[in-house]
Write a protein that binds this ligand. Sequence first.
Ligand code: ADP
Ligand code: MG
Length: 277
Amino acid sequence: MSIILDHVSHTYEEGTAMEFHALKDINLVIPDGQFIGLIGHTGSGKSTLIQHLNGLLKPTGGHVYYNGADIHDADYNRKELRSRVGLVFQYPEHQLFEMDVFTDVCFGPKNLGLDKKEVELRAYQALKQVGLEDEYFYQSPFDLSGGQKRRVAIAGVLAMKPDVLILDEPTKGRDEILDQVAAFRKETGMTVILVSHSMEDVAKYVDRIIVMNKGEVLMDQIPKEVFKRYKELEEVGLAAPQVTYIMHALKDKGMPVSADATTIEEARLEILHALHR
Ligand code: ADP
Ligand code: MG
């Protein structure tokens, strides 16, 4: 099963002086279980794109299909879709509202109509998955640090046991939760889409990178292939991970290394092999 975007366009304030073409003819297939990095400069359309995947925004042109069905058909159940395709917003404050953390995380599964025991079990498991310690469970989510709020927001989505988890980039600070995300993705096999303006942050995790530029898909490849195009990335205000630059510099200086290592660990092995040669 999959998510398909078929010639999707989105124009904000269509027909006014403020008209803005945020997405232009996007065609993508997102199969089950992939780990995807959605990268682009600020304003490239990333947040607009992901809000189309769970039906929060409606394309002004084209269609979005979830498991074969057009999500904007008159009789399509978009409420159900939102529990299958979980979206964690850029600002966790926008999705926290209950008096304490545990009640907040219970909200989603409760809304699915599950019984109390199942709701509480799911909330507990989700809070464990994001690595939030028990001492915070009965505090107000608004008293937590930015990073902890984000964990609670992610737990709230996970408690619905979605098939797809989409994490929009945190506004402040680095996302320290990505190791946990990688771990529970491996456990559950869910599709994960990480939105970021930094290659560095996602390179280590993802199987596929979609690069957005000015509302269009500029690249859609495995990380190694994307990083080979680092000069084009720079032209759109992005950069490959630092290790890419180091490997290219070593190669240019005559060291027999392959320049397409994408993580520090790969680079380390590549350099060690070169030194042994
Ligand atoms: P990104 O997430 O990559 O930073 P966005 O999808 O948030 O990009 O925004 C893409 C463009 O659409 C930006 O130029 C932004 O100003 C514009 N935009 C976003 N939301 C709205 C809106 N509600 N009304 C008008 N323009 C918007
Ligand atoms: Mg954004």
